[in-house]
Ligand binder design. Structure first.
Ligand code: SF4
Length: 77
């Protein structure tokens, strides 16, 4: 089976303390247009296979407390 590459262009980090916040998890799941966040039982989960779909809209960054969510470009512009 061919290995699929994810996280080639974009990575998203969520700070540990806020990652466990169920309310924030639901909010992130709602705002991201490409379903990178999933509200799981343990809080925020990152859907790795969707990471490279990120459109850099910053809605997740704005929805979270300052600096708690970071969208990282893994490529040079
Ligand atoms: S920047 Fe936009 S598309 Fe990218 S993870 Fe955040 S909400 Fe989703």
């Amino acid at each position: 089976m061919a290995e699929t590459l994810h996280k080639v262009f974009i990575d998203v980090e969520v700070d540990g303390p806020v990652a466990g916040d169920a309310e924030l998890a639901a909010k992130l799941e709602e705002v991201c247009p490409v379903d990178i966040f999933k509200a799981g039982e343990a809080g925020v989960q990152i859907v790795e296979e969707n990471l490279d779909e990120c459109v850099l809209c910053n809605l997740c960054v704005d929805a979270a407390p300052d600096g708690a969510v970071r969208v990282i470009k893994l490529y040079e512009q």
